[in-house]
Write a protein that binds this ligand. Structure first.
Ligand code: IMP
Length: 189
């Protein structure tokens, strides 16, 4: 009886998103801890500086919303999107930042990402932002996959380093599914 009960409980914990199964990875409490690590570091660094927070949609909407609730440095909050487009055959896929509504000149900018994986997207975004003449640009990410990282500069603030496995929930998606989940789930191979 007890074994059946445990088996049933395990089945309930596995979720199906499209053609893939995912198992629980980080609880809402563990995520809240990671968010507070980032906000504490940002509050210390940006005290009195009134930075511009640029949340990268769609993935960072939940992280950014929880993060800014605990920022005491008087941030201005904006959201941007990354548009991927096919470049020339030699340059491959490129990313571009769209939807910037703020004047960034001479301002301290914090780019807020859900996850830094290879780091190639953030590399391109840092360059684009730097060209707009800000006082500084830093990257804050909830999750960082060091084993997948191939970028030129690591995130300046990381909530949690994770292994190179695909995760969903808390804003991150699998084919647009799973963003609404308050916890993080990892692919169940
Ligand atoms: P990059 O490889 O660091 O350029 O990451 C590009 C984008 O891939 C991220 O902003 C995410 O949207 C997405 N991504 C990378 N890893 C994951 C994951 O584990 N789950 C969901 N999305 C991911």
């Amino acid at each position: 009886m007890k074994i059946v009960h445990l088996w049933l409980k395990f089945q309930v914990l596995i979720i199906q998103l499209g053609d893939k199964k995912f198992r629980p990875y980080l609880s809402a409490e563990e995520i809240a801890w990671a968010v507070s690590r980032v906000s504490e570091a940002l509050n210390e660094k940006y005290n009195g500086k009134q930075p511009i927070v640029l949340g990268v949609l769609n993935g960072a909407f939940m992280f950014c919303s929880d993060l800014v609730k605990t920022l005491t440095c008087g941030p201005e909050i904006h959201f941007v999107k990354v548009s991927s487009y096919e470049g020339t055959a030699s340059s491959g896929n490129l990313s571009r930042l769209i939807g910037i509504s703020a004047e960034l000149k001479d301002r301290h900018v914090i780019l807020v990402e859900d996850i830094v994986d290879t780091g190639l997207t953030v590399d391109v975004l840092r360059k684009e932002l730097a060209a707009m003449g800000p006082a500084s640009v830093e990257v804050a990410t909830l999750l960082f996959k060091p084993d997948a990282f191939r970028g030129s500069q690591k995130p300046d603030y990381t909530g949690l380093e994770i292994p190179n496995d695909f995760v969903v929930g808390y804003g991150l998606d699998y084919n647009n599914l799973g963003r609404e989940l308050p916890e993080l789930y990892v692919i169940n191979d």
